[in-house]
Design a protein around this ligand. Structure first.
Ligand code: NAD
Length: 433
């Protein structure tokens, strides 16, 4: 069993290549990142001491367009993870038909230990270190785990300062005031909703009665929880890095919701997501939310729910726990939450997995709109962005579902077949292979 993300990403590519009978010369190109950058970023800390942080950027493939992908700030960032994430970005942009390639960045840092001033210096330092390799025509970073719109504003400002004029198209995921796209902040979740609703219909599930567990309560996880809850889905469990919570009818009543009141009726079925968001803001975690029982992140994955949404980190469903997953449908809002070995087990159990490269593509689709708007200096409304997102992601879902049905393969393999075929064709045309 491998939990090396890049080994897993390569395996996924090879599976698709085998299926497509791909020319081995093209496969050789597709298996390797085009460029890897490793930099040291010195930051003068508030204490006066200078600390040096390690940063990476993997520019995987740009056959379809400039590299595109987020920057992760996390203590566990490593080169294998960054390379895997950059490969997945390549297939993600391709499967939804964007004229973009794939890249990803990361910095080894625990952002919770840095002050705002130190975070600003680190964000600007990352851009200074990468300045010759990023830009609207080269490589366009964006937020990922523990990086925020504010940090994108600092990065855009730093790049513009270095070049001497405003270049908003160097990063996406910026605040609206400095060239961000309207709707970008919930676009990953919204894209997840569109594919989830399509899958729920195909599987003939009833959204009113559908129970959902969500792992991770950051940008992706909290927005999908909020939208699902507004649509009437029953969110029974959620988690963050400190642990998970599952609704508990008895405790909901103990928590003081009067029996028969709208609050107690709601609490019987679903967590009140608006209140959970408020609770997390006040206490720093979802754990301890009234009317719930505390569980571990591992227990959350094995709950008897209809839909499971991993929305935190990779490799959470492995060969070890795959046989105990009970959900009928998994929407991979996180990147790489299921290992290839676990994938096979889930497939045998008949669990439908909507793969990350399709399920969480909403973020990069609206990032693409942001980049287009920055280049043309003409901005669309939130409604325009979201309706264009819907058109693209639903069409991509239908394409992948069609491929899955027609070839009798898993959704992941179908998505990879569509994506790899597109990138391979571009490589072939450009290189004359
Ligand atoms: P975020 O930083 O906003 O949130 C991360 C969440 O994960 C937090 O709730 C955190 O508490 C939780 N978490 C961290 N470590 C955990 C652990 N060990 N166990 C359980 N939970 C843990 O990040 P995000 O932007 O929501 O990204 C989450 C996932 O979605 C990542 O895999 C990311 O690559 C993917 N993704 C995000 C976007 C986007 O636009 N934000 C787009 C595509 C994919």
């Amino acid at each position: 069993m491998s939990t090396n993300p890049f080994t897993n990403a390569t395996k996924q590519l090879e599976n698709a290549a085998g299926f497509l009978n791909l020319d081995k010369n093209i496969l050789e190109i597709l298996k390797n990142p085009k460029r890897i950058l490793e930099v040291s970023i010195p930051v003068k800390m508030d204490s006066g001491e200078t600390k040096v942080f390690k940063g990476y950027r993997s520019q995987y493939n740009d056959a379809l367009g400039p590299f595109k992908g987020g920057i992760r700030f996390h203590p566990k960032v490593n080169l294998s993870e960054v390379k895997a994430l950059s490969a997945w970005m390549t297939w993600k942009c391709a499967v939804v038909g964007l004229p973009l390639g794939g890249g990803k960045g990361g910095v080894i840092v625990d952002p919770k230990r840095l002050s705002d001033k130190e975070m600003e210096k680190l964000s600007r330092g990352y851009v200074q270190a990468m300045k010759d390799f990023i830009g609207p025509e080269k490589d366009i970073p964006a937020p990922d785990v523990y990086t925020t719109p504010q940090m994108m504003a600092w990065m855009m400002d730093e790049f513009s300062r270095i070049k001497g004029y405003n270049i908003p198209g160097v990063v996406t995921g910026k605040p609206i005031e400095v060239g961000g796209a309207r709707g970008r902040k919930f676009s990953t979740a919204q894209g997840g909703i569109y594919v989830l609703e399509k899958a729920v219909k195909r599987l003939k599930m009833n959204s009113e009665k559908t129970t959902v567990a969500i792992q991770g309560f950051g940008n992706a996880g909290s927005f999908i929880a909020k939208i699902l809850s507004a649509l009437g889905y029953n969110i029974v469990a959620i988690s963050d890095s400190k642990g998970g919570i599952v609704r508990d009818n008895n405790r909901a009543i103990e928590a003081g919701f009067p029996i028969g009141s709208p609050a107690s009726e709601r609490a019987k079925h679903s967590l009140d997501i608006k209140d959970v968001i408020k609770f997390k803001k006040e206490t720093g975690s979802v754990v301890g939310f009234p009317g719930t029982k505390t569980i571990t992140n591992e227990q959350l994955l094995k709950l008897d729910v209809d839909v499971l949404i991993p929305a935190a980190l990779e490799n959470v469903i492995t060969e070890k726990n795959a046989s105990r997953i009970k959900a009928k449908l998994i929407i991979e809002l996180a990147n790489g939450p299921i290992t290839p070995e676990a994938d096979l087990k889930l497939e045998k159990k008949g669990i439908i997995v909507v793969p990350d490269i399709l399920a969480n593509a909403g973020g990069v689709i609206v990032s693409y709109f942001e980049w287009v708007q920055n280049l043309q200096n003409y901005y669309w409304t939130e409604k325009e962005n979201i309706s264009k997102l819907k058109t693209i992601i639903e069409k991509s879902f239908d394409e992948v579902w069609g491929k899955k049905e027609c070839l009798n393969i898993s959704m992941r393999l179908a998505a990879y077949v569509v994506a790899v075929e597109r990138v391979a064709r571009a490589e072939k045309l450009r290189r004359g292979l």
